[in-house]
Design a protein around this ligand. Structure first.
Ligand code: HEC
Length: 116
């Protein structure tokens, strides 16, 4: 349900952004998808809200250094997913805090944008 609301909100924001301009100035490059699927932007939002304090990921503009630099690590999607669900080594588990869809979105986002 929250995911649906979030997706709807993103659509509304996207629709409003073009008309007046200037409301969305932080986007520096187009999302990976060409069809406007919200997955990439949702993954970025999940990352910014939950991971940026501890991890560096240039694509998300984060410089946290509690955990490993994800641009250096370039983890695969399965690695990110596993680590986010279970945590460990000082990182909290996000199972129950993030929905499975959010975990999939952030894992996909990190694995695709790390090192870029
Ligand atoms: C409180 C700080 C903290 C937060 C918040 C945090 N991490 Fe981590 N993360 C760590 C630490 C510390 C490690 C190193 C764990 C280890 O060495 O075993 C780590 C490791 C990782 C790894 C490497 C796993 C591996 O197998 O090499 C990935 C990928 C990762 N985190 C992704 C994320 C994502 C995505 C989020 C947000 C959902 C997140 N982290 C939130 C601290 C954090």
């Amino acid at each position: 349900m929250r995911v649906i609301l979030l997706a709807a909100l993103l659509l509304v924001l996207a629709a409003c952004g073009g008309s007046t301009g200037g409301s969305e100035t932080t986007q520096t490059r187009a999302p990976t998808g060409t069809t406007g699927i919200p997955a990439a932007s949702e993954g970025r939002a999940v990352f910014t809200d939950n991971c940026s304090g501890c991890h560096t990921l240039k694509a998300a503009g984060s410089t946290g250094n509690v955990g490993p630099d994800l641009d250096d690590l370039k983890p695969g999607e399965a690695t990110v997913k596993n680590q986010v669900i279970h945590g460990g080594g000082g990182m909290p588990a996000f199972k129950g805090k993030l929905s499975p869809a959010q975990i999939t979105a952030v894992a996909s986002y990190v694995s695709k944008s790390a090192g870029q």
